[in-house]
Design a protein around this ligand. Sequence first.
Ligand SMILES: *[C@@H]1O[C@H](CO)[C@@H](O)[C@H](O)[C@H]1NC(C)=O
Ligand SMILES: *[C@@H]1O[C@H](CO)[C@@H](O)[C@H](O)[C@H]1NC(C)=O
Ligand SMILES: *[C@@H]1O[C@H](CO)[C@@H](O)[C@H](O)[C@H]1NC(C)=O
Ligand SMILES: *[C@@H]1O[C@H](CO)[C@@H](O)[C@H](O)[C@H]1NC(C)=O
Ligand SMILES: *[C@@H]1O[C@H](CO)[C@@H](O)[C@H](O)[C@H]1NC(C)=O
Ligand SMILES: *[C@@H]1O[C@H](CO)[C@@H](O)[C@H](O)[C@H]1NC(C)=O
Ligand SMILES: *[C@@H]1O[C@H](CO)[C@@H](O)[C@H](O)[C@H]1NC(C)=O
Length: 568
Amino acid sequence: MEVYRLWVLPFFYLLISYGAEVVAIKRHGLQSLVSQPYRTSYHFQPSENWMNGPMYYKGVYHFFYQYNPYGALWGNISWGHAISYDLINWLHLDIALMPDQPYDINGCWSGSATISPNGKPMILYTGGDTKKHQVQNLAFPKNVSDPLLIEWVKSSHNPLLTPPKGIDTSSYRDPSTAWMGTDGEWRVVIGSEIDHHGYAILYKSKDFIRWSRASKALHFSNKTMMWECPDFFPVTVNGKNGLDTSVVGKNVRHVLKASFSSHDYYIVGNYDPKTDQYDVGTDFMDSNDVSLRYDYGKFYASKSFYDGGKKRRILWSWISEGDGDSNDIKKGWSGLQSIPRSIWLSKNGKQLVQWPIKELEKLRTKKVHYVNKELRGGSMLEISGITASQADIEVTFSLLNLSEAYLLKEVVDPQLLCTKYNVSVSGSLGPFGLLILASKDLREYTAVFFRVFRVNNSFHLLMCADQSRSSLRPEVEKSIYGAFLDLDPRPTKISLRSLIDHSIIESFGGDGLACITSRVYPKLAIEGQAHLYAFNNGTQSLSISSLSAWSMKRAQIVPIGKRRKPIK
Ligand SMILES: *[C@@H]1O[C@H](CO)[C@@H](O)[C@H](O)[C@H]1NC(C)=O
Ligand SMILES: *[C@@H]1O[C@H](CO)[C@@H](O)[C@H](O)[C@H]1NC(C)=O
Ligand SMILES: *[C@@H]1O[C@H](CO)[C@@H](O)[C@H](O)[C@H]1NC(C)=O
Ligand SMILES: *[C@@H]1O[C@H](CO)[C@@H](O)[C@H](O)[C@H]1NC(C)=O
Ligand SMILES: *[C@@H]1O[C@H](CO)[C@@H](O)[C@H](O)[C@H]1NC(C)=O
Ligand SMILES: *[C@@H]1O[C@H](CO)[C@@H](O)[C@H](O)[C@H]1NC(C)=O
Ligand SMILES: *[C@@H]1O[C@H](CO)[C@@H](O)[C@H](O)[C@H]1NC(C)=O
């Protein structure tokens, strides 16, 4: 992914690489010597944090991330490495890849892992070479019998790929996980920009070492600029099971994701493995309200991988801060990972559905539960008895009568609708939802809510995450995010799940049809001072058919190996 833009703050990253470990140790040992109200408890936070390849191998999940081991200046970008048995609790291992060769001396940048048919993991990554050109390199484990894959060896054939003529040497990066065609040849796509258009350039290889560029790109768009971190993978029609990246067939569709304009957009289409033709109905940016995104809040440079152990595809993303640079320096860390999500194709085949991995539920502890509770227009219900700053909540609202849905003349950008029809604008059906990380006096809260609109004779369910009142601190980002939920034809039961972890709220509307991740930095609503409410600010009554909320335990994220030693 983009190396320069993310490095806008070279100085602050050196603090993170040191500071995060200090904080981690304090959390585990001496507890809170420093006040860290925004430090999360069950989200994975490496020291520095850009996505590389996640992977499942011999019962172990591996996560690689960008890291500067020397810290002192921007540079020496390496692959940090952490492992897990459940994607929730993590151990940090030694660095997997260091920039020490002419083809990567200016950084071991993002890439992806691929597992060969005989079970051997391989990493393709972008290197910054001596001329600072982006080139693609290969590495493999020293000892494939070791499930921890601690040591990695770079291929003597590196660099495998250098920027072809006509492609900017700084717009050629982020190789995807490779897949094998029915002809036995490998394919991989690389993110690029050609003539100001976003591209997934396709390469083929018989041996994973010698690659040739296909005459046509897998896909491109003249409505976007540079594509970063392209991801291309199959999904099953009718089912939640994931598929290995090489699977093709009749009941399979293919998803292409590209990261651009600060968001992760995706399209669903049909891939012909013989011709490498990829056909989509709706393309990137065809129009604002049909452009599919994994998440309509903060979520960038995600990657998916196939978890062969549990036969599922998992999506994982980097979530940046919105707290301002100087506060990041004070905090001593920046950025974190979303909770890994299982993804599958929706029943109507038009989009993906996302749900937090089952393993997260192991962290649930104290529970409160309600059924069939009326929520009159203009009322609120406090969800008390759990730690509202560190919680998991699932609620289902039932609407009794849709006939009073607000009539809209046309479908417009959902984000604009959420701004115009905010939580104080009382309609008939909505706003209703949750007030999260709320202070007792309601001077602070993040409202995650729904509203039902009618356009001609069809209903449109709007989901909003409004951070405008999330903090009394003026300097923090306070975006209002919105998305439509494709809950046709009559949205009478509407579910919402929110994962709340101090400074992050990940919300899943309509059982995972639309997701919005918020980063918030309350001044009052921290730790024990945070409250959680269900609310209905519409005029019509509705009912909560069920609500369950849990306090969440802290995940174990333990530094081991060399990284444990102080960094000079
Ligand atoms: C990169 O690492 C080398 C040691 O291998 C060190 O001398 C140099 O200062 C480092 N550069 C940066 C920018 O961290
Ligand atoms: C490779 O890893 C296996 C499993 O951890 C171990 O038993 C073996 O000694 C390792 N081989 C070498 C050469 O390190
Ligand atoms: C963009 O690409 C599409 C399809 O490839 C093509 O039909 C269209 O004319 C292009 N538009 C521009 C402005 O280049
Ligand atoms: C729904 O609301 C409309 C308008 O207020 C009303 O005319 C209708 O009788 C209601 N239907 C039911 C089943 O309550
Ligand atoms: C609503 O109906 C009108 C009249 O039939 C039509 O012109 C308009 O395009 C429709 N709007 C939408 C958003 O479907
Ligand atoms: C909601 O919108 C109204 C009207 O645009 C505005 O006056 C008000 O401040 C907004 N309230 C919130 C909570 O954003
Ligand atoms: C509900 O709307 C009223 C005004 O219509 C507003 O004063 C109040 O703050 C809103 N409730 C919430 C929770 O925002």
